[in-house]
Design a binder for this molecule. Sequence first.
Ligand SMILES: [Cu+2]
Length: 192
Amino acid sequence: MKRKNIIFISAILMLLSILSCSSNDSNDTNDYMAPMPTATTAPMPTATTAPMPTATTAPMPTATTAPTDNTTMSSMTDAVSEVSILMSEWDVSVDSTSSIKEGKIKLTLVNNGNLEHNMVLLNSDNYENLELTDDSSMADESKLDILGKISGLQPGESGELLLEDIGPGTYAFICNTPGHYQLGMVNKIIVE
Ligand SMILES: [Cu+2]
């Protein structure tokens, strides 16, 4: 291979030298014309053929495969049902712009009242007659199947609870600030 190349190149050089010599006889400016072909013909093909395929083949697959993954990822993360729960003394309301779909659910608790409130979401559709703590101040959370909590919020504050995978059903929740459950701070969300 190497020997063939050397023979080939030397043959070209010989041809070029013959051509340049013959043209040298007529004009001095052809001294500059002679080296030009060697410079343009030799590097040009290697420059155009080599980078072109690598540039078109390499980025294309990565560019097409990556966004499709991203779009499926983002469409899944976009499917988050957002629910606002508003608490005051002694009202608890559920405010969702559309029906709550199973899967990811973001609960936002807004304390519109003048006292501290919290939220304990139960894996149950029942908030009635929950067992109380020994001092009867609040629901006994150790006896409850709890999906998630938003801890105590001061008046005007809000807090969030992101639920990753919630199936269809009715889920009760309570405010378990001492005394508030007994005062009826309960409600439910319905997941379709
Ligand atoms: Cu409360």
